[in-house]
Ligand binder design. Structure first.
Ligand SMILES: CC(C)[C@H](C(=O)O)[C@@H](O)C(=O)O
Ligand code: SF4
Length: 472
């Protein structure tokens, strides 16, 4: 419910109002869902539910399926032996899509990749839409000015059956980043700095709209990185108003509107901005110049500091709960308070994931490592976010730069972002990673993850330590 007049809506208000099917007495709304993307992990029970109920899909054309979490990323993926449970999930997705008539992008298709990279690439993700997926990082698609959020498996089934969801309206939050980002500072650093500032619960109950000149200055790739991590700041969705950068990205994609329909769409999309008089429930202002290259030291994305910092000391923390959590994180990470972050050695590097597996990310890595060598004690991987990202990188010769530097150039998938298949850290291995979660065991049992930007991960690969990319 909103009292705002037609002229004082936020972008979120506009997207919400445009999709309300029915207002319920308890204040919740039945919301129309334009599109659903599915992967192999959270769709099997949903399909099974439909099968048992004897229900068809409400609109198979509103769905797109792609396997990503469990696919092997080794060069021999077509024949590679997968773990049995991984293979079952992959086979089940393919079978379900054939049975229910859902478009399915197979593993060996050039378009295969991580759902949140494939949707935008294919023009399946468009401004103004409501987009869901049984995956928390669906927030990524908010970079297009779409209302996009992750849902649970029972909701996946509900959308399959009805193309709607019952939702409660979120509050409006605005994070404004104004100014110009410094050298070596990227969208990932903005995301980590925001989480450092507001905490992993800072956005709870809110949809975050990112505004300001530094946000406008980001490419679509950067905007996706930022919205991707809104979920790590507690918000289910992130939003950026669409502009010319968005329209240019969307134009000519396989599934985007063409010709006159595109022009018409753009004139609607141009209305998708927060009105000048619109108010937010919460506002945060950050100066772009204050953001430096960030790295995490602990087991939550909010355990983040500038690379110039030192490992914090639990003794300096008053709150007893926070003190215990910090000590636990340091024990898990095998770190001593006071250690300079740049003195922490790493053994693995993972460049990829739906946060940083796009072409711009791979270019940034190639830029840093060109003509240099990965440190002898480091095993470094680049896992492109999709087959199309991989192809583009190869056409630009980036794969050669990376391979010559000593990187392993792999096939697309979620891979070591969450270690659902063979791609994982050994216990106690320490990894510079461009992914989004550093939880205990996230990249493998007892594995230790430091989150950072692609350029920073590339710098770490070269030196064997967490490294300030600005000083290379
Ligand atoms: C497997 C999936 C449900 C999960 C998510 O929802 O995010 C995964 O993608 C992750 O990043 O942890
Ligand atoms: S790349 Fe990582 S965060 Fe993204 S969908 Fe896959 S597992 Fe989740």
């Amino acid at each position: 419910m909103t009292d705002k007049t037609e002229h004082q809506k936020t972008l979120y208000d506009k997207l919400w109002d445009a999709h309300v099917v029915e207002q319920q007495e308890d204040g919740n709304c039945l919301i129309y869902i334009d599109r659903q993307i599915i992967h192999e992990v959270t769709s099997p029970q949903a399909f099974e539910g439909l099968r048992i109920a004897g229900r068809p899909l409400a609109n198979a054309k509103a769905m797109l399926a792609v396997p990503d979490h469990n696919v092997p990323t080794s060069a021999d993926r077509a024949t590679a032996k997968n773990a049995e449970d991984s293979q079952i999930q992959l086979d089940t997705l393919e079978k379900n899509c054939a049975e229910f008539g859902v478009e399915y992008i197979p593993m060996m298709d050039l378009r295969q990749g991580i759902v949140h990279i494939v949707g935008p690439e294919q023009g399946f993700t468009l401004p103004g839409m409501t987009i869901v997926c049984g995956d928390s990082h669906t927030s990524t698609h908010g970079a297009f000015g779409a209302l996009a959020f992750g849902i649970g498996t029972s909701e996946v089934e509900h959308v399959m059956a009805t193309q709607t969801l019952v939702l409660s309206r979120q509050k409006n939050m605005r994070i404004d980043v104004d100014g110009v980002l410094g050298n070596g500072v990227t969208a990932k650093d903005v995301a980590l700095a925001v989480i450092g500032e507001i905490g992993t619960a800072g956005g709870t109950g809110h949809v975050i709209e990112f505004t300001g000149s530094a946000i406008r200055g980001l490419s679509m790739e950067g905007r996706m990185t930022l919205c991707n991590m809104s979920i790590e700041a507690g918000a289910r969705s992130g939003l950026i108003a669409p502009d010319q950068v968005t329209f240019d990205y969307v134009m000519g994609r396989p599934k985007s509107p063409k010709g006159g329909a595109f022009e018409q769409a753009v004139s609607y999309w141009k209305t998708l901005t927060s009105d000048a008089g619109a108010t937010y429930d919460k506002e945060v202002f950050i100066r772009a110049e204050d953001i430096t290259p960030q790295v995490t030291w602990g087991t939550s994305p909010e355990n983040v500091l500038p690379i110039t910092g030192v490992v914090p000391n639990p003794a300096d923390v008053r709150d007893p709960e926070r003190k215990i959590a910090m000590q636990r994180a340091l024990d898990y990470m095998g770190l001593e308070p006071g250690t300079k972050l740049s003195d922490i050695p790493i053994e693995r590097v993972f460049i990829g994931s739906c946060t940083n597996g796009r072409i711009e990310d791979i270019r940034a890595v190639a830029d840093v490592v060109k003509g240099r060598k990965v440190h002898a004690d480091v095993a470094a991987w680049v896992v492109p976010g999709s087959g199309l990202v991989k192809l583009q990188a190869e056409e630009e010769g980036l794969d050669q730069i990376l391979i010559e530097a000593g990187f392993d150039w792999r096939e697309p998938g979620c891979s070591m972002c969450l270690a659902m298949n063979a791609d994982k850290l050994e216990p106690h291995e320490r990894c510079a990673s461009t992914s989004n979660r550093n939880f205990e065991g996230r990249q493998g049992p007892k594995g230790r993850t430091h989150l950072m930007s692609p350029a920073m991960a590339a710098a770490a690969a070269l030196t064997g330590y967490l490294t300030d990319v600005r000083e290379l």
